[in-house]
Design a protein around this ligand. Structure first.
Ligand code: AMP
Ligand code: GLY
Length: 429
């Protein structure tokens, strides 16, 4: 008998989630909403019905015998999709609406960290311009100003100087660029250090920590240029030694999960802890309530397990009993972005070489922004277009293999970073 899943989302992350579930060693029937052309190429069926809200999708899922919903992005989670599916009797991989506040409200997450002594930057929450200005006049630069609500990854403004502070205030309160997300604003101490992405799969109490990854946020090599959704990743990141990971588990992961249990809103699903490795030890930069993109494309291929069972166990319990094997090597992921990204993006450029790249051993090409045009050609359809992941026995093998795969692919205006994994290489060699 086959197991039926519904994946919500359409990015590289969701394509990687699909491929992981297809590696479960089960007969899987997969649906996706809205799904992508890359997911369809792997046999996943996109939901084409008229879906107006998550209740509609839950009805659709019920009528198609969906046994497990896997929710990729944060927005449906903060809107309560998991609660709606639970009411329809369908277990989901993802936190409840209340637990998703760990990402949906920075004020909420900082309160949890303060109350339970979880190491993070000190902060103050303000609710209007006058109190923001008064507090900022007291503390001055450097400082980080964050709108509390979801802001598509753009809600944290790192202010090195007073001019940066003035610009941030103008953006938030003058132009009102963040809308309601800025009803509460968190002003926090600047931290310094390397960052890492820690992914924890949890059923609320039991958990497993996935190999730690590092993202590459800036568009250009050597972390230059504007921030993006993420231009590449690798795992495991050597900067997080076994000893540091033990500290992160003891001081951050366990206390966070038990805090949520104490608050009566256990966190089920994927807890993404953004860590800064400061001189004083690991500190939380942020929590996310879902897998990171592109880290997921690096992290999932590092683990061999029955992903269907693992994801289902986050909803029904027993995560710690699912057997898994972490591979001994490394993975690296290079994002291929379209011209103009991140300020703009181009669409409709014909992409060649994806099948050749994907056919290489230990390589997976995930589709992030592609579509088939009227002639059936694969074309670009957004900022981040493809995520190319390769596994290798060493970090340099995985990096070289990823770039070898990239060399097969081309489209007009294609841009990518040439230094993915460089920080990691400096530590292992
Ligand atoms: P966030 O939206 O909270 O994930 O922040 C986005 C990015 O801003 C992080 O990945 C960091 O690079 C930076 N950042 C956020 N908070 C701080 C902080 N307190 N100190 C230094 N950098 C920060
Ligand atoms: N790559 C960071 C994120 O998904 O938020």
């Amino acid at each position: 008998m086959s197991n039926t899943v519904l994946i919500v989302g359409n990015g590289g992350r969701e394509h990687a989630l699909l491929k992981a579930v297809l590696r479960s060693g089960r007969d899987i029937t997969a649906y996706a909403y809205p799904g992508s052309c890359g997911m369809e190429r792997d046999g996943c069926v996109s939901v084409k019905s008229d879906i107006k809200n998550w209740n509609d999708l839950a009805s659709w899922a019920t009528s198609h015998n969906v046994e497990l919903a896997i929710i990729g992005p944060e927005l449906p989670l903060t809107e309560g999709i998991v609660d709606i599916f639970a009411d329809a009797g369908i277990p989901s991989f993802g936190p409840s609406k209340l637990a998703a506040q760990l990402e949906g409200s920075k004020h909420f997450s900082k309160e949890i960290m303060k109350k339970y002594g979880i190491p993070t930057a000190s902060y103050e929450t303000v609710t209007d311009r006058a109190s923001a200005e008064a507090y900022l006049a007291k503390v001055g630069a450097p400082i980080v100003i964050k709108v509390s609500g979801l802001a598509g990854g753009k809600g944290a403004i790192v202010c090195e100087t007073q001019a940066d502070i003035d610009a941030a205030i103008e953006e938030i309160y003058g132009k009102g660029s963040f809308g309601e997300a800025a009803n509460q604003v968190v002003i926090e101490e600047m931290m310094y250090g390397e960052e890492a992405s820690v992914f924890v799969v949890s059923d609320g109490e039991g958990y497993k920590i996935l190999p730690v990854a590092q993202d590459h946020k800036r568009i250009f090599d050597n972390d230059k240029g504007p921030n993006t959704g993420g231009m590449g990743a690798y795992a495991p990141a050597p900067v997080v030694t076994t000893e540091i990971l033990t500290t992160i588990e003891r001081e951050i992961v366990k206390p966070t999960l038990s805090a949520m249990v104490t608050e009566g809103i256990p966190f089920k699903g994927l807890l993404f802890v953004g860590i800064m490795l400061t001189e004083k030890g690991p500190r939380v930069v942020e929590y996310n309530c879902r897998f990171g993109d592109p880290e997921t494309e690096s992290v999932l291929p590092m683990v061999e397990c029955d992903w269907f069972e693992l994801f289902r166990c986050t909803a029904i319990g027993g995560v710690e009993n699912v057997s898994w094997n972490v591979r001994t090597g490394f993975t690296s992921t290079v994002i291929l972005a379209s011209a103009g990204y991140p300020a703009t993006s181009s669409k409709g450029q014909v992409i060649t070489g994806v099948d050749e790249a994907n056919a290489l051993e230990n390589v997976d090409v995930y589709h992030a922004g592609t579509v088939l045009n009227a002639s059936g050609e694969l074309v670009t359809n957004g900022g981040r277009v493809l995520a190319v992941t390769a596994y290798g026995n060493t970090l340099s093998d995985s990096i070289n293999r990823a770039y070898l795969a990239v060399s097969h692919i081309s489209f007009e205006g294609m841009q990518y970073r040439k230094d993915i994994g460089k920080k990691g290489l400096a530590r292992v060699n």
